[in-house]
Design a protein around this ligand. Structure first.
Ligand code: COA
Ligand code: MG
Length: 289
């Protein structure tokens, strides 16, 4: 999953537009992109939309309202019959919330005749200050968990920060910490680390810079808010020809069974093999090898 496009759940126009967009995944939003007065309507629209999808070329997630709002159960009641691929949980407080969401899903899967565990979960792990202290609790908490992502907007609103970005566009230290913890928590939990949105959707250079930094650090995809952001993000998170060729050369260098190898004057060991295998797995998923 390289790109995940948010689509406001109450916008039939944008939902229709999503059908031609080339995102790997869509996040049908019932939370912050929907005004309180439209929550009930959005639920109905998203439920109908999921049922209307024929051949699914992408994954479809629903972002429900946070567990603290009292709206989550009704959101799930409405959307689970449409069999979303997964549920995105905003303001997740940690592993315990992932487990609680899993239990709610298990009950609704049973009611709707779906296999247990069919619907996966993606917590947004850094939207409250308290959640920062629970990042280690995702590990091993829920087999439904498919990815972890983060957000800096709700977090900076809670601490009443003047800003969460510097003038050069980079995040300030507190939000870099949230980002880093998400990356490590995801990898430690053996799920996909997904970078947060870049909201200035007319600034393609800024988007590219942030997506490249995310890829460099180990994120495997990025959420987006506008169709124009899908192309650059897909491109950046698809393994390049050069990186595939290098990964293949690394695997080849170890064919003899040695523990270390020499690749054009560079020492390689087993860590490089692991890295190369992961690049090739992603290339395979993208149909490139
Ligand atoms: N999903 C589907 N279609 C979208 C879209 C999205 N996220 N964002 C824009 N579009 C459509 C527009 O409806 C428009 O369609 P049209 O050409 O048929 O009129 C087209 O793409 C171009 O959009 P544009 O005019 O550039 O932007 P806009 O002013 O219509 O929308 C936003 C700007 C920010 C309101 C919109 O991108 C959006 O709603 N993004 C998602 C917000 C969200 O879900 N936030 C929550 C998570 S942070
Ligand atoms: Mg939010």
């Amino acid at each position: 999953m390289r790109s995940l496009l948010f689509v406001p759940g109450d916008s039939e126009k944008k939902l229709a537009k999503a059908e031609s967009a080339r995102a790997d995944a869509f996040i049908l939003d019932l939370e912050d992109a929907v005004a309180p007065s439209s929550k009930a309507k959005a639920r109905e629209i998203v439920a109908e939309y999921l049922k209307s999808l024929k051949a699914r070329k992408a994954r479809f997630y629903v972002r429900v309202n946070a567990l603290s709002t009292g709206l989550t159960d009704a959101d799930l009641d409405a959307v689970v019959p449409g069999r979303p691929d997964g549920i995105m949980l905003p303001k997740s407080g940690g592993g315990a919330d992932a487990i609680a969401l899993g239990a709610k899903l298990a009950a609704r899967e049973a009611i709707n005749g779906l296999p247990d565990g069919a619907i996966r979960t993606i917590p947004i792990a850094t939207e409250t200050t308290a959640s920062i202290f629970q990042m280690g609790s995702y590990r091993g908490a829920s087999a439904r968990m498919e990815a972890l992502t983060w957000g800096g907007e709700d977090l900076s609103a809670e601490v009443a920060a003047e800003t969460n970005r510097l003038e050069d566009g980079n995040y300030t230290m507190p939000y870099q910490l949230a980002r880093s913890l998400t990356l490590f928590a995801a990898v430690a939990s053996n799920v996909t680390p997904i970078d947060t949105v870049f909201t200035n959707f007319r600034d393609e250079a800024g988007l590219r810079k942030e997506a490249l930094a995310a890829r460099r650090d180990g994120f495997l995809g990025k959420m987006v808010i506008h169709p124009d952001q899908i192309g650059p993000v897909n491109e950046i998170f698809t393994p390049s020809k050069e990186s595939i060729a290098r990964a293949q050369a690394i695997i080849k260098a170890f064919e003899t069974g040695a523990g270390v190898a020499n690749l054009n004057g560079e020492m390689l060991d087993m860590l490089h093999v692991k890295y190369a295998e992961r690049v090739l797995a992603r290339a395979k998923a993208a149909g490139l090898v």
